[in-house]
Ligand binder design. Structure first.
Ligand SMILES: *Cc1c(COP(=O)(O)O)cnc(C)c1O
Length: 390
C-alpha cells in the first residue's frame, strides 16, 4: 500500500425519520404499491423483464397523457429534466420561444432556454389568474415563435390553465405547444392529442405519488418531425433521438444510452398502474371532490384563497393567504415539526409578503380524511401562533 489517507471516514449516526403526512406541493407520500415496487429485484438491460417494464411504462403513459404518439418515454431525472428536454430538443440557437408566464416554472423555462442561445419573449398575466385567448393571440401573431411554453397546473400560484383552445391557436401561427403538467397529471383533465399539445412532461413525485427522479415526456407527430429534421444537437443525455431507441419507441430497438434506475422504473410503473386501475376520470373526480371538501372546511377559518376565481383553482394545490401578522414560513415549520403535517410557504410570485401557504392534496393523499387532518393542523397552528403572539 502506498500513500497516506488524508481524509478519515466520517462518523455517521443513525438517521431516524419521523413519519409525517406530506401535503406540500411535492414530494407526496407514496402509494403502498410503490413502496413495494421500490424493493423489487434489479432490472438489467437486455433481459426480457427490462423490456417488458419499458413497454408497460410507455403503454400506461400513452393512456395518462391521452396520446396515440409513439414518442413517449421517461427521462432519468426530476421534473426539471423533462422541462429541459422539451426545450432543448425542439428549439435551437436563434429560434424564439414565447413563454406564457404566471409562476416560477415559466421563469425556469426562460432561464433554460437562454442557456441554449434560444431567444425568449415573456408575456405575463397576474399570478392569481390564467391566460385567455386575447392575451396570447397578438403575441403569437407578432412574434411568430417556434414554440409557446405554458404551465398547465402551476404549483407556485395554485392556478390551472384552460388549455383546450391553446393548441389550435398555436397551430394557426405555426408554433409548437410545450406544456408543463408536473403537478396536474392525474389530478386534473389533460388530453394531449385532443388539445393539440406538441410536447408535454410530468414528474413522478406529485399526483403520481411516487419517488422523484423519473420524468415522463411525450411528443406529437409534428414535434417528432421537428426533432428528426432539426439542425442542432441537444446535450447527449437529453437527446430524444437516442432515448427513443433506448425506450423502444418504434418497436425495433434495444439501444443502450445510459443505465436507468431500476427502483425508479419499478416505482413509476406501479404509480402509473394505480392510475390506470382507478381510471383517469375517476382520479380527476376524486381530486376535485377532495378539493371542494377542503375549500369548504377552509372557509370556517380566518384565511383567504390566494386565487379568487374558483374556476382558476388547481385541484391538486391550494394557495392560502394567512391573516395579517402571520409568517407562512414559521407556520409551515410549526406544522411540520409539532404536528407532523407538511405544507409549504409560497414560492416565486407567492413568496413576497410571506403570508401564502401551499397545500397539496394529490395522489394517495387526495382523500377527505387527509384533508381534514390538514384543516385540524392548520387550526391548531393558528391558535398556537396566536397564543405565542405569533
Ligand atoms: C414541482 C414542479 C416542477 C419541478 O419538478 P422537480 O421534480 O422538482 O424538478 C415543475 N413544474 C411544476 C408545475 C411543479 O409543480
Amino acid at each position: 500500500m502506498s500513500g497516506e489517507l488524508t481524509v478519515s471516514p466520517p462518523l455517521i449516526d443513525e438517521c431516524e425519520v419521523v413519519p409525517r403526512t406530506l401535503c406540500g406541493p411535492g414530494p407526496s407520500d407514496y402509494w403502498p404499491s410503490v413502496v413495494e415496487a421500490l424493493t423489487r429485484p434489479v432490472l438489467t438491460f437486455s433481459t426480457d423483464e427490462y423490456f417488458k417494464v419499458v413497454d408497460d411504462i410507455r403503454n400506461c403513459l400513452k393512456y395518462v397523457f391521452q396520446t396515440q404518439s409513439d414518442l413517449v418515454l421517461a427521462m432519468s431525472g426530476a421534473g426539471h429534466t423533462g422541462m429541459e428536454a422539451v426545450i432543448c430538443n425542439l428549439l435551437g440557437p436563434g429560434e424564439t420561444l414565447l413563454i406564457a408566464g404566471r409562476g416560477i416554472w415559466d421563469d425556469r423555462a426562460c432561464e433554460m432556454a437562454k442557456r441554449y442561445g434560444i431567444k425568449t419573449v415573456v408575456t405575463k398575466v397576474p399570478p392569481h389568474t390564467t391566460f385567455v385567448e386575447q392575451d396570447l393571440e397578438p403575441m403569437l401573431r407578432r412574434i411568430r415563435p417556434a414554440a409557446l411554453f405554458i404551465t398547465h397546473g402551476d404549483s407556485s400560484t395554485g392556478t390551472i390553465q384552460d388549455l383546450s383552445w391553446v393548441g389550435k391557436l398555436c397551430q394557426k401561427y405555426g408554433a409548437l405547444l410545450l406544456v408543463d403538467t408536473v403537478v396536474s397529471i392525474g389530478g386534473a383533465p389533460f388530453l394531449m392529442d385532443a388539445w393539440a399539445v406538441d410536447a408535454v412532461y410530468t414528474s413522478s413525485q406529485k399526483a403520481l405519488s411516487g419517488p422523484a427522479g423519473i420524468s415522463p415526456i411525450a411528443f406529437s407527430k409534428l414535434a417528432e418531425r421537428k426533432i428528426q429534421t432539426r439542425k442542432h444537437d441537444p446535450p447527449f443525455y437529453f437527446d430524444i433521438k437516442m432515448l427513443s431507441k433506448q425506450w423502444n419507441c418504434y418497436g425495433d430497438t434495444r439501444f443502450y444510452h445510459h443505465t436507468m434506475s431500476p427502483p425508479l422504473m419499478w416505482a413509476l410503473r406501479a404509480s402509473l398502474m394505480e392510475l390506470c386501475k382507478e381510471t383517469l376520470p375517476a382520479s380527476w373526480a376524486r381530486h376535485r371532490r377532495v378539493m371542494l371538501h377542503f375549500h369548504k372546511r377552509l372557509s370556517e377559518m380566518p384565511v383567504q384563497f390566494y386565487v379568487p376565481d374558483p374556476m382558476h383553482r388547481l385541484p391538486t394545490i391550494t394557495t392560502i393567504s394567512l391573516p395579517e401578522g402571520y409568517d407562512a414560513v414559521k407556520f409551515a415549520k410549526y406544522m411540520a415539526n409539532e404536528l407532523k403535517v407538511v405544507i409549504m410557504a409560497g414560492l416565486g410570485p407567492t413568496a413576497p409578503g410571506g403570508r401564502v401557504l401551499r397545500v397539496g392534496l394529490m395522489g394517495a393523499n387526495a382523500c377527505e380524511e387527509v384533508a381534514d387532518r390538514v384543516v385540524q393542523a392548520m387550526a391548531d397552528t393558528l391558535s398556537a401562533m396566536r397564543r405565542s403572539k405569533l
